[in-house]
Design a protein around this ligand. Sequence first.
Ligand SMILES: *Cc1c(COP(=O)(O)O)cnc(C)c1O
Length: 456
Amino acid sequence: MHGWTEDTEQLAQAVLDYTRYRLHLDPVPLDGPATPEELAKAAGTTITEGGLGGEEALRLFTEVLAPACLSIDNPRYLSFIPCAPTEAATLFDLVVGASSIYGGSWLEGAGAVYAENQALRWLADLAGLPPGAGGVFVQGGTIANLSALVAARHTARRRLDGRQPAHALAVAASAEAHSSIQAAAAVMDVELLLVEPDAQGRLTGEHLRAALASRGGGGVETHGVFAVVASAGTTNLGIVDDLASVAETAEEGGCWLHVDGAYGGAALAAPSARARFAGIERADSFVVDPHKWLFAPFDCAALLYREPELAREAHAQHAGYLEPTQEAGAWNPSDYAVHLTRRARGLPFWFSLATYGTAAYTKAVERTLAVARHAAEAVTHRDYLELLRPPDLSVVAFRRQGWSPSRYGEWSDRLLAAGVAFVVPSSHRGLPIARLAVVNPRTTEADIDIILDSMA
Ligand SMILES: *Cc1c(COP(=O)(O)O)cnc(C)c1O
């Protein structure tokens, strides 16, 4: 099983050949799900005592299993948030896998951690965070949000120094915030204080102030709200909260400001969108997922802290066998989130940034924003469609006049079955909507028009 044999040589060639073939597909077929029965019939039992051999296992993957997975990088995959890695990032993911790097500690992974930290620094600079800012790449925005909120609570508890706040500990967020904020509050067993957004769907300082006042105002010792989550691009509608006024109110109320930019934070790299993020430089923590709109393969979320030491106090694990990693001053990525062992998952993103340069990122994000602007305009030019709101970023939400939820569902199923596009309906305030999330620079205006015309 271990050891490089003739068979291994052939397998290496086959794996690299398939990788090259997959990356050459232009466009890659959309593919789509199969039922458990269909897969059982086509793939059968794959784990056997003697093994299938690499050739057969790879054949099963390429011919049966892979086609039963949607190609998230297809230019007409526009649901949820797609992922459109660069060639360099995907190729380097192979190298990371082949390198057996332990990304949890400086002792073990210094070179990788150094490179990852440079990529994090680029993101911190885009946000305008101070030189001392730093963090870690984690699996996803969900773990990143949870980790940031745990650091926020730890910090608040230290400041409370044993005193119980008058109201229960809580996280404040707008009702438009991502479901992972609710999940984090549940995991942490703290309250979620839902703040009513303004008419444009934005969390504002004014509404936040009213929500804190409803819990007695003052500081955390009164209202109990140890963190405020602002969204820098909500997932459903792409709304960027009014970060500057929220930052102001969070500071008044003694609350940690967490900015969830898992999807939208990438647009910091786009000069045409940068003004929407005014105030983000005041964040205590900030999340952006390079696996969403910064062209890294799954899974890769960047978590940054203004004062990483506060996160380290909350998260560092202590055990006799870990002591050698805890040398004074060593930067251990494990210390900044809810995890210990970690893949150096920031490296494909780093390699791509190092390869192409940051200007290429700016250009690619601007391209997607331009296609999103086209989509919004194209919606307004079709009398059977109605734009929900002008897009802040690259999510375009709209309605088809007269369609019931089931009509949206049939339309979406038909496009997927025909391999034309993957556009699942969403809903807003209880009503069905269509939604296009453009993060793939290969998505063109023509792709958008084909989808909109299919709703006529
Ligand atoms: C996608 C998303 C998340 C969750 O990120 P995962 O990487 O899917 O865990 C959190 N917040 C926002 C705003 C998101 O768009």
